[in-house]
Ligand binder design. Structure first.
Ligand SMILES: CC(C)(COP(=O)(O)OP(=O)(O)OC[C@H]1O[C@@H](n2cnc3c(N)ncnc32)[C@H](O)[C@@H]1OP(=O)(O)O)[C@@H](O)C(=O)NCCC(=O)NCCS
Length: 180
């Protein structure tokens, strides 16, 4: 468990798969700026087996309630060690600072546990909430991927944001040593 002040990140367990599949199939959970797609439970399970080794964490409040998820995966092949993150919260849990905290924890975790120089995220240029989250955590906008993905009947561009290890400098929420 990765512990923050208001939220914890807990690695996805098999028992969470029905809930995750339910969230993945609800367009309102992914929001209007993410690809609109439907996935069976079997397809959701297969995410873990692909060459990009996606890992999913459930975002939980301190009372244990599950309010969304945050993932990390390798952009190209695992061997390239180029990491990307993605996240979504349930609509009624947005705007409370939970995602900014979850991303801070994830960035700490990835730089503390993986030998990687950068972490990136992509977001629709109209997704102001997501851009604010990334900027609050110290990500910088690198550029735009034109016609990055097709969804809801149109091609969408994507901003690419990243944070480098030297910009992160040190953990903000997690610690390098175990708490006593
Ligand atoms: C993007 C998302 C995860 C942000 O989560 P969140 O918990 O609301 O984020 P935070 O509460 O940490 O807020 C971050 C900032 O965005 C602002 N914000 C939230 N919703 C906003 C909106 N609709 N428009 C403009 N700003 C918004 C908040 O006020 C906050 O800014 P502040 O700290 O200056 O006040 C959430 O909106 C979501 O799940 N959206 C649907 C899925 C999605 O788009 N995922 C990201 C794909 S790249």
């Amino acid at each position: 468990m990765l512990e923050g002040k208001n939220v914890n990140l807990r690695i996805l367990e098999k028992e969470d798969l029905p809930l995750l599949a339910e969230w993945f199939n609800k367009p309102e959970v992914f929001g209007e700026y993410n690809p609109l797609h439907q996935m069976s439970r079997t397809e959701v399970e297969k995410i873990f087996e692909g060459p990009h080794e996606e890992k999913i964490f459930i975002v939980e409040k301190k009372d244990g309630s599950k309010i969304g998820f945050i993932t990390h995966f390798y952009v190209l092949h695992v061997a390239c060690r180029q990491l990307e993150i993605g996240y979504s919260l349930l609509p009624n849990e947005r705007g409370k600072g939970y995602c900014s905290e979850a991303v801070k924890i994830m960035v700490d975790y990835l730089f503390l546990s993986k030998n990687t120089g950068r972490i990136q995220a992509q977001t629709d240029p109209r997704n102001i909430a997501s851009q604010k989250v990334l900027e609050k955590v110290g990500f910088k906008k690198e550029g735009i991927l034109r016609r990055s993905f097709f969804t809801r009947g149109e091609w969408r561009d994507a901003y690419v944001y990243s944070i480098l290890r030297e910009e992160w400098k040190e953990p903000k929420i997690l610690t390098r040593t175990e708490k006593k």
